[in-house]
Design a protein around this ligand. Structure first.
Ligand code: ADP
Ligand code: MG
Length: 929
């Protein structure tokens, strides 16, 4: 193939020097894409491809007009491409082109999405990288920047599981682009997970920028050495490497927003509530399981009126806090806002006029803000005074921490900047900054003078036609301007002979003739010169003004942040008022005590039946006084049973969501709630359809269980929904049994465990803090659609499991084998095996770790389908009665028939769907009887 030369050659060589996916190269009034790039762009954006021939070869070519580049680049970047832009500039001998910026998913300034757009760098070294299940010592650093708002967060995690924890941390930001450090680039497991959990583009950034010395230098250079010390990361090499890499990448891409990153915010491992990726998804915080946003928690509680407010509220949900003082502060603000209804409405109306100051700050810094943007800055800063009035005028608001938030702002500086901008810019400036018309009269003397001269020449030109008509008596005479002829006098054909001396013909048209005069030519030169002078001067003045705003980027960010916070708090107050939510009491204890609680999303669409939840010491209602001393530790592990569709899953999610809402400072859906702050919320809820990701449901289930058992602490809230369900009964019970013991004895987390294994309820007799709760059927019978979705879950579980794992030692312990593969802690796996053996041999199992002095022996009685105490003659049924009691009663024929069928049914041979249907039939039969 011949080497491409000419313009295509230039394109290909620029492209080869860049690591961008696509290149847009300026060629005069167009940006062109050539070759493969042209095909891709045309495909993605529906552009027309033409052929460019160059020295005998022909190349596909697609182009967009210079002024339209931004939306095209945005669209490409939003599809995940990194787009380099090469601009053309004049040189002594023609023109040259060079790449001036690379727009990437993480540095894309023109995003139309209101949500934060994070660029992240993550670095780390494992003490022992062979161990991927966690447990190895290591240091991991994470830096995330949002170039559109200037936010910059840095953290470092050390010690066991640092690798897993940093990943969880990374997912919380839902990054648009990730720069993996040198050590992580070869880490398939890390990269695979990242691809699975996020839509982030993965970018390889130069290795040097991650080097500790260089990174440290850069971070100190950017933020000042004191900052690095004062935010406490001076000794955190990994954090500094990540931070340095992000800064260097933002600089290299040339988006020009580096200076908007004004503040280094470091945070520690204990600042936020741990929410593993699964929990973030399970709880449907910002997206539902189906992937939509409708019906997510965010969607439900969001009543913000500004983009920045919505962004902040979303951020709160994704990163709940553990700092009681901060949460109490937010609560107090919300409380005041719920009470001051009129003031709240005025506040919201005022905020509705606010523009996104954080984003405007970045645009000012990068030099992309236009006059309309600066007007928006002025108008938004101007709102502060109104906001202040609204708060001052209502005692409840004035006495709340809302007033303090405003006090922290430099309101004088804000007012000054606002009035400066207001005095400078016309009320409704044009969308381009190169064609004048931006400034108010009186802003700049020189400009005023130029404008005056310009206008007077324009005036002369405007009135020329009238003057000439009068002077010459010609009736069909006009003065106009176009690109080729400049200014001209046009005279109708019939009168063309009557033009006076000095008229010089320049063009003959069908019905008219065009003329010019010496004076007109002179005025024309003058008007062009003045016009150019005016545009240049305005452009220059505007650049200065924009620069001036850019210098105040921190002020804009601060004000923007406070307005966003007011918006988010007002939104939470509105939701609390409309839905009758209550302010939760936050304690340092471990309780989770909810009276008449509801599920925040389900209550929106359903006549919700409120329910209570009492954990950790809060005694049941009749004798609450007893809730002291020893009793305080009694209820920390609830086994939740109840028929299908009775609301078990909803009840448990509700507990998690109430806790989460409390830890963003919000009110909660309950009559009253008292809760100890948690360090993490972990869920394994429902049988998810993870088939799309190519992993068996049961493998996923065990991996998630494994993660919970490794990560949760005694300050965590753990929600397990039907864990163990995806495998054979004995297997499932054994794993559930061992996990329960482990959570109860070792992890000691607050736990809610819904299970269809009634057998597990026996554990409550043997393990101190384990209690059974039973969800009674509430309200309507299950709807047809609900039942369908449930059966679908079950069939998925079994089928995929068998297909995926083929090398289990015996068909009856696949489950434990998978649990082992998934990294479930050794003691739990071993214990499951023991329990399984005992179950099979119908021997007594002793519940391990019971605080009671005499160990209780339990035997699983296959015939009765329940556990019995080893010393009992009759097996205990789930509800505490005995099987004998049940069979004693004289049975009616319907019941007898059902019992007969039941005893003949081979559970292991019947598909779950059919089982469900059969059971439903039986229930119907019994109802009739
Ligand atoms: P389970 O896990 O016991 O099978 P789910 O929690 O999935 O039951 O709930 C079944 C159905 O009942 C869901 O449609 C849910 O919205 C509804 N539901 C659950 N709890 C309540 C409640 N307290 N009040 C009203 N409807 C509820
Ligand atoms: Mg359920």
């Amino acid at each position: 193939m011949t080497e491409a030369t000419g313009i295509v050659g230039e394109f290909l060589s620029l492209k080869a020097d860049s690591d961008a996916d696509l290149l847009a190269m300026q060629c005069g009034d167009f940006y062109e894409f050539f070759d493969e790039d042209a095909e891709i762009v045309a495909d993605e954006l529906d552009l027309k491809v033409s052929q460019k021939s160059s020295h005998g070869s022909s190349y596909p070519m697609a182009g967009v007009p210079v002024d339209d580049l931004t939306p095209y680049v945005s669209a490409l970047v939003e599809r995940g491409y990194r787009v380099a832009v090469a601009d053309q500039h004049e040189t002594a001998d023609g023109h040259a082109r060079e790449i001036t910026r690379v727009v990437t998913p993480g540095t894309h300034l023109e995003t139309t999405d209101d949500a934060a757009q994070y660029l992240a760098a993550v670095v780390g070294t494992d003490g022992d990288s062979a161990d991927s299940a966690g447990g190895a010592d290591g240091s991991y650093g994470l830096a995330v920047a949002d170039v559109t708002t200037g936010q910059f967060h840095v953290t470092q995690l050390d010690g066991p599981d640092a690798r897993t924890r940093i990943q969880t941390e990374l997912y919380k930001f839902d990054p648009a682009e990730v720069l993996p450090g040198p050590d992580l680039r070869g880490d398939d497991d890390f990269l695979d997970r990242l691809r699975e959990r996020t839509d982030a583009a993965l970018t390889v950034h130069t290795e040097e920028s991650f080097a500790p010395g260089r990174a440290r230098h850069r971070v100190r250079d950017h933020f000042g050495p004191e900052t690095v010390d004062s935010v406490g990361i001076a000794d955190d090499d990994a954090a500094i490497c990540a931070a340095g890499a992000v800064l260097s990448y933002v600089e290299d891409t040339g988006v020009g927003t580096l200076a908007s990153i004004t503040r280094l915010q470091s945070y520690g491992a204990t600042d936020h509530v741990n929410l593993d990726a699964t929990t973030q998804r399970n709880l449907e915080l910002t997206e539902t399981m189906q992937g939509g946003t409708d019906g997510s928690l965010f969607d439900t509680i969001d009543h913000t009126t500004t983009a920045a407010g919505a962004r902040l509220l979303r951020e709160w949900l994704q990163r709940p806090r553990r700092d009681r003082a901060e949460l109490t502060r937010r609560q107090s603000c919300i409380a005041a806002l719920t009470e001051a209804a009129m003031a709240r409405e005025r506040l919201c109306e005022t905020l509705a006029d606010a523009y996104d100051l954080e984003r405007l700050a970045s645009r000012a810094v990068s030099g992309s803000a236009d006059a309309r943007d600066l007007r928006a800055v002025a108008e938004t800063l101007g709102l502060l005074a109104t906001v202040e009035d609204v708060i001052d005028e209502d005692d409840r608001l004035a006495d709340s921490p809302l007033a303090d938030a405003l006090d922290r702002l430099d309101r004088d500086a804000a007012a000054d900047l606002a009035s400066e901008l207001d005095a400078a810019l016309v009320a409704d400036p044009p969308g381009t900054v190169r064609q004048g018309g931006l400034f108010e009269q009186g802003y700049d003397e020189e400009l005023d003078e130029v404008i005056e001269r310009h206008e007077s020449v324009l005036e002369w030109l405007d009135t020329l036609a009238d003057r000439e008509k009068e002077r010459t008596g010609i009736t069909h005479l006009s003065v106009d301007r176009n690109k080729t002829d400049g200014y001209y006098i046009q005279v109708g054909k019939s009168e063309a002979d009557e033009v006076p001396e000095g008229y010089e013909g320049i063009k003959t048209l069908k019905n008219s003739e065009r003329f010019t005069t010496d004076e007109l030519q002179q005025k024309e030169r003058e008007v062009f010169r003045l016009e150019e002078q005016r545009h240049e001067l305005e452009y220059e003045l505007f650049g200065d003004l924009r620069e001036r705003v850019a210098e105040d980027a921190t002020l804009l960010q601060d004000v923007g942040r406070v307005l966003a916070e007011l918006d988010a708090l007002a939104s939470l107050a509105i939701h609390a008022v409309r839905n009758d939510w209550a302010r939760p009491e936050l304690t340092d204890g471990r309780e989770l005590d909810v009276e008449a609680g509801r599920h925040p999303v389900v209550e929106q669409t359903t006549e919700f039946v409120p329910n209570d939840l009492r954990m950790d010491g809060a005694a049941s209602p009749p004798n609450r006084e007893r809730a002291s001393g020893h009793a305080n530790d009694q209820r920390q592990f609830l086994i939740v049973t109840g028929p299908n569709m009775s609301g078990k899953s909803t009840y448990m999610r509700q507990a998690a969501l109430i806790t989460l809402l409390a830890q963003i400072g919000s009110f909660v859906p309950a009559r009253t709630a008292t809760l100890g702050l948690v360090d993490g919320i972990y869920t394994r809820v429902g049988a998810l359809d993870e088939l799309a990701q190519g992993r068996s449901t049961f493998m996923v289930e065990m991996q998630e269980l494994s993660n919970i058992l490794h990560s949760a602490t005694d300050d965590s809230l753990v929600i397990l929904d039907e864990v163990g369900r995806g495998t054979a009964t004995y297997d499932g019970i054994s794993i559930a049994w061992a996990a329960t013991e482990y959570l109860h004895n070792e992890v000691r987390a607050k736990t809610l465990f819904a299970t269809h294994y009634h057998e597990l309820t026996t554990l409550a007799d043997h393990l101190d803090r384990v209690h059974n709760v039973h969800v009674a059927v509430a309200g309507e019978p299950p709807t047809a659609s609900g039942a369908e979705s449930h059966t679908a879950d079950e069939s998925d579980g079994d089928v995929t499991f068998l297909r995926t794992v083929r090398d289990g030692p015996t068909d009856r312990s696949y489950g434990i084998h998978v649990a082992d593969l998934a990294g479930v802690p050794e003691p739990v796996v071993d214990r499951s095996r023991t329990v399984l053996d005992r179950l099979r041999e119908e021997k007594a199992i002793e519940a391990k770790g019971s605080g009671s002095s005499e160990p209780v022996q339990t035997v699983f009685d296959v015939n009765a389908g329940g556990f019995k105490r080893a010393d009992e003659s009759e097996p205990a049924t789930a509800d505490g009665g005995t099987a004998a009691e049940a069979s004693d009663a004289g049975l009616d024929p319907e019941t007898e028939a059902v019992v007969e069928e039941l005893s003949e049914l081979d559970v292991n041979e019947t598909p779950p769907v059919e089982l469900m249907a059969t059971v439903q039939e039986w229930q119907a039969q019994l109802d009739d009887g």
